[in-house]
Design a protein. Structure first.
Length: 302
């Protein structure tokens, strides 16, 4: 009788496979490398790496992963699908959200329920300022949840005082410190701020490859309603934030924020705009303020 690869008899390999499956579920969207599995499972010596390779082989036999044809590169099988009848009536496109965005972006771009907006910027480029401006100016009935991994409530209130913003004007915003697993507290139907998303991992070994999958889980939690405003860090000279180009996949609007040369000002760049691709490449010079962004130019096409 042929052994069913879905069920593992060897206890040691069963444990390895369970860890690999957790890695696939928590950190992988699409392709991944064997070296990433070594890192995730902390496999360092020859015996540990051999066990990982055997576990990978068994996952392939079980149909959970497939080879890409490149040595050491695999693809996670995504078999979940939501089927519809081709003749079923589909509801009309929902109306856009009435959301005010920094630097007049809302006059050019419409956001819809279930959208994700990503600000990928250098340190001190005004990512938090942009998010705080959105939180302040949007009090139209949707719940606003501000999840911060950096700014404390006291720091935000101090910023407000610096520019004479009454704390009473922020009462519509709920605030919480949060450092990981943001998808667990994202609220469908609300405007959710993630300021900011950090790679998983401890100490000096952050797992940047995990960021795109973390974004995917956050977006999935919206379930087609509400909005996510997401901030991630970006290195100088890079075209996308930490985690690479895959961080753009789930974003309906992807903005980068870079330092202007020989100036105290910055450039906001529209890298991706699903509803109006013709805007991609547009940029505006701005200056960060405690609770917003101040425009220093018009929107300039590429």
């Amino acid at each position: 009788m042929t052994e069913d690869p879905r069920y593992e008899k060897d206890p040691a390999i069963r444990t390895v496979r369970a860890l690999i499956q957790c890695f696939l579920g928590d950190h992988v969207e699409g392709m991944f490398r064997l070296t990433q599995v070594y890192e995730a499972l902390n496999a360092k010596d020859a015996a540990e790496k051999t066990a990982v390779r055997k576990g990978i082989s068994r996952e392939r036999q079980a149909g959970n992963i497939v080879s890409t044809g490149t040595y050491g590169v695999w693809r996670k099988v995504e078999s979940d699908v939501e089927w519809y009848g081709m003749g079923d009536e589909v509801s009309d496109l929902p109306p856009p959200l009435n959301i005010v965005l920094p630097l007049g972006l809302d006059s050019m771009v419409k956001l819809y329920p279930g959208d994700l907006v990503c600000f990928a910027g250098l340190t001190s480029s005004g990512k938090s300022s942009a998010s705080l401006e959105i939180a302040l100016k949007n009090n139209s009935g949707l719940a606003l949840n501000y999840l911060s991994s950096e700014l404390t409530l006291a720091a935000i209130q101090q910023r407000a005082e610096l520019v004479d913003i009454m704390l009473s004007s922020l009462k519509h915003v709920r605030f919480a410190m949060r450092y990981d697993h943001f998808e667990d507290v994202i609220e469908p139907g609300a405007i959710n701020f993630v300021d900011y998303l950090q790679p998983s991992g401890d100490g000096d070994e952050p797992k940047y490859y995990s960021i795109p999958h973390m974004i995917m889980k956050i977006h999935k939690k919206l379930n087609g309603s509400g909005l996510v405003i997401l901030n991630i860090q970006k290195d100088p000279g890079k075209e996308s934030g930490e985690g690479g180009f895959k961080t753009m996949h789930k974003a309906n609007l992807y903005i980068t924020m870079d330092k202007a040369e020989n100036s105290s000002k910055f450039w906001m760049n529209i890298k991706k705009c699903k509803v109006r691709p013709s805007l991609e490449g547009y940029r505006m010079q701005y200056k960060p303020e405690p609770f917003g962004l101040k425009s220093c130019s018009d929107w300039i096409p590429l």
